[in-house]
Write a protein that binds this ligand. Structure first.
Ligand SMILES: Cc1cc2nc3c(=O)[nH]c(=O)nc-3n(C[C@H](O)[C@H](O)[C@H](O)COP(=O)(O)O)c2cc1C
Ligand code: SF4
Ligand code: SF4
Length: 303
């Protein structure tokens, strides 16, 4: 049965040029859809097997002879391109330096982010993997401080309305329902942070989006993996870092706007979409001289 996602309800079509095919079997090895099979030395396509063609494109990009054409599920034959040679790709030391230099930037120069940089970030995001192709990730791009501030004001207005829920008497009453971590998080972070966002806004301070000149809000359809927008946002952050921009993930807005029909409508977020994360971008007005070594909570090796 075809794999149904937000943008696809049918299998993609797969055409093999049998004249050019050498029967190496590579395409069958990588196909997990899994309509490809080697039958008596010949690649056959049977869309009734498992999901049929999900349009991942793996076969078309692995085939040494370039003799597979996949179209459908948002994949077009013209989307397939030759990769640059290995020596032109970032290697581990280069990538690690980029990762080590990234910091969460919350102070930006009074300068807009050019559209060309926005397009470069978006092009990098398009390379991100997704749970099921084609990607259902959507991005709301807020260009310029004015639009980012409008968004920040909208989110903080929702926060202001929900403040009563986190008041001291409510926190005491709801503690048993929140569990230990939930209660401790509410007490030590959520409740004081809410006050900070709301009171700061009243004083003309933006503690939510930090007066950034550009922001993106990542969300996805109900069919998609909840983590798709997070992966896409991470690609955006790393692309922006490589372009000399400062960035910061902003997790808070999603919690407050996901159930707000009015804001979902205003920002063209389709009903039922899963909310992911916001990222702010800008030319940093602070520059870091040193990096920080960090450790994870744990790594368990079983060998
Ligand atoms: C999922 C996620 C959500 C975050 N949300 C916020 C946020 O709402 N506001 C904020 O100022 N920073 C936010 N951050 C940034 C973290 O506070 C920051 O990454 C952390 O303090 C480590 O600092 P560094 O990024 O400079 O290494 C978020 C980071 C992640 C990964
Ligand atoms: S595009 Fe993916 S699912 Fe479709 S035939 Fe090729 S490898 Fe298989
Ligand atoms: S990878 Fe290409 S050449 Fe190899 S079996 Fe598949 S279609 Fe034929």
């Amino acid at each position: 049965m075809p794999l149904i996602t937000g943008r696809a309800r049918e299998c993609a079509s797969v055409v093999i040029d049998h004249e050019a095919c050498t029967g190496c079997g590579l395409c069958v090895k990588v196909c997990k859809g899994a309509p490809l099979a080697m039958v008596e030395g010949r690649v056959e396509v049977d869309q009734s097997i498992l999901f049929g063609c999900i349009g991942c494109g793996q076969c078309a990009v692995v085939c040494p002879e370039g003799c597979i054409t996949v179209s459908g599920r948002d994949l077009d034959p013209s989307d397939i391109f030759d990769l640059p040679p290995r020596q032109e790709r970032a290697d581990y030391p280069q990538l690690l330096k980029l990762l080590q230099a990234r910091r969460s930037v919350r102070k930006f120069a009074d300068r807009d982010v050019d559209n060309e940089l926005v397009e470069q970030i978006l092009a990098a995001v398009c390379t991100a993997p997704m749970g099921l192709p084609p990607s259902d990730t959507e991005i709301l791009v807020l260009h310029g401080r004015e639009k980012v501030q409008e968004f920040a004001a909208d989110v903080v207005a929702v926060m202001a309305k929900t403040r009563w829920f986190f008041s001291r008497p409510m926190r005491v009453m709801l503690r048993p329902f929140w569990g230990k971590a939930g209660a401790e998080q509410t007490e030590s972070f959520l409740a004081p942070a809410l006050e900070m966002f709301v009171r700061g806004r009243e004083k003309g301070e933006d503690w939510l989006m930090y007066d950034a000149p550009l922001a993106m809000y990542f969300h996805t359809s109900a069919y998609a993996d909840l983590y798709d927008p997070i992966v896409a946002a991470t690609y955006a952050v790393l692309a922006a870092e490589s372009l000399g921009l400062g960035t910061c993930f902003i997790g808070t807005p999603a919690h407050f706007i996901k159930n707000n029909k009015k804001l979902n409508k205003k920002y063209a977020i389709p009903p039922g979409n899963q909310h992911g994360i916001a990222v702010i971008f800008g030319h940093p007005s602070v520059h870091y001289k040193r990096g920080v070594t960090r450790r994870l909570a744990g790594v368990t090796h079983r060998r």
